[in-house]
Ligand binder design. Structure first.
Ligand SMILES: [Zn+2]
Length: 117
């Protein structure tokens, strides 16, 4: 389904973005994504973080916090470059699918009006 495919891509774009700003960890990321209306289970999020790490986009550092060990993820140089490409893609997509669509919606009634005269 295109919506779910896009959501999964958008979730990865969010992860990559936040990992360029500051080190992130799984449960923080899940909360942040929930604020944007994305629901993602840990069963999806953790394998996703793992895959992004394998692809060289993120590095992981373990930190002990009390009794638990938390994994912090940070974007690599490759991740930062990939985010630039993602930004380009989002800009292009937004320009056409949102901005141009709004413009043609605005023009439509006027064109129809002219036709009826
Ligand atoms: Zn976000």
């Amino acid at each position: 389904m295109i919506l779910r495919d896009l959501e999964l891509g958008a979730i990865q774009a969010h992860i990559l973005y936040h990992a360029t700003v500051q080190p992130i960890y799984g449960s923080w990321m899940a909360e942040e994504l929930a604020l944007h209306g994305f629901s993602i289970s840990y069963g999806t999020l953790y394998p996703m973080l793992h895959r992004m790490r394998q692809e060289g986009l993120l590095v992981c550092e373990e930190q002990r916090e009390g009794s638990q060990v938390r994994k912090y993820y940070t974007a690599t140089e490759q991740g930062i470059q990939e985010l630039e490409q993602v930004r380009h893609l989002i800009r292009e997509l937004y320009q056409e699918v949102v901005v141009e669509a709004q413009t043609s919606q605005l023009l439509k009634p006027r064109l129809q009006g002219e036709e009826s005269y």
